[in-house]
Design a protein around this ligand. Sequence first.
Ligand code: TNX
Length: 546
Amino acid sequence: MMKFIKSSLTVMFITIISSLFASNEVSIVPAPVSMTTGKGYFSLSSRSSLLINTGDKAVKDIASFLNKHIKEFYNLSNLTIENGAIAGKGSIMIKLDKGRGIKPEGYELSVTRDNIEICASNPNGLFYGMQTLFQMMPPEKKEISKIKIKCAEIEDYPRFSWRGLHLDVCRHFMPKEFVFKYLDYMAMHKLNTFHFHLTDDQGWRIEIKKYPLLTEIGSVRSETLVGHYYDKNSVYDNTPHSGFFTQEDIREIVKYAAERYITVVPEIEMPGHALALLSAYPELGCTGGPYKSATKWGVFDDVMCAGKEKTFEFLEGVIDEVIALFPSTYIHVGGDECPKVRWHDCPLCQQRMKDESLANEHQLQSYFVQRMERYINSKGRIIIGWDEILEGGLAPNAAVMSWRGEEGGISAAGQQHYVVMTPGSHCYLDYYQGNKETEPLAIGGYTPLEKVYGYEPVPAALSADNAKYIMGAQGNVWTEYILTPDHVEYMVYPRAAALSEVLWSPKESRGYKSFLQRMNTMIKRYKSVGLNYCPNEFVKKTEKND
Ligand code: TNX
């Protein structure tokens, strides 16, 4: 009898432990809207069949994506892809079904012992369902013949439509191959908007055929500041820095992104942050130059002249080529940090103000942006700009990226303009994330992982009606102090993972503890794919576990 009690206690104990383990067994980031795990596993092997219910190329590509993944991670040979509508035993069904009312970008994923079904209204939902399925497989790369996938029912869709990550390739150029990796990692986290910061004072990084000097001259700076801007004695490295993307490179990047359901939003800065452009075409500045691409950071007084017609003609020529390369609805026109001193002293700018009845230089900036907006709108696209475009009056259809806190976003949404929140306090991934003394040199600030995780993109000040104008948020990665791809990754991850959960998962179901726990598995995945990350939060955990 005692023996029986003892053994049933042992069984009970094991059941409790294993159910605790089961709830931790599936670690998905960003957390899905709803998930219940069941008993048992689906066993994926080279004998499993892969079914699609449509000949749609996008769906076929998603099936091939699965094949690529299991080959790369587990060295499993390709599953054959067949057409079929019923998921039989041992099959993985990828199903496009518009009739089931699955939300935009959402999916339903069902894993039973017999089969797996991923269903969505659109290919992007299938793609995200596939990303979730990958996260249900072992995070380590190792040769296995059978992948055990926990039985589960998942319903999932994103909270926001703009789930962005930005990259500044002007302050330090980053090669195309790295941009591909950057996009891969975004896709892993279900991020869908890549804001590509292509022009700035320190370098013009996109080939424009009509104006070849933009890259011939504007993509090169003579040297770069070493150390921090605020160091007492400025030291320069005496080494030219250069690099740009050809139009062919850009086409490849846009295609690579589209295959991962990521929209590339290009940013062409105007009228400020323009020294690289002016170094190539000095006639577009108020003084006529000469100008040099900047070798240090900050904000510079020389900007594009708002009085000359040729400034606008030139920018229209640039925009024509940009629009032909990027299918994105939004075109980012910058608009930030444009000092007004040159305009104040420039007879042509002053004449423009008189002719257009503009009261001050802020209104002249509005005139500039609104004029470019009209042109961009005439091509069927919409402008987005940094929150300075609110000063002096917002262009009629413009969307706003709120970076100097949340005020710009609140004001724009209040005027029923669409908004992307990127306040420095929570979304600047160039800020320190740990102890300043031990972290690599950064621009300043302090945005640890937990702070990013705690971000709420919809400001409490907005009414429910105006809150609808918040499209989402974005992490910004300015590279003044980030010199290499490895360092970019270190700054971005895991903070972008935290942001992905802010942007994807329901507000009510978020929890930092659960996130950290799930991230332990995600970190293993980072190691497998060679993604560098900041280990701060996880070093402690491992020590505890040891
Ligand atoms: C402000 S965010 C800038 C960038 C800098 C960044 C550094 C914005 C619109 N302008 O030019 O790189 O701060 O954190």
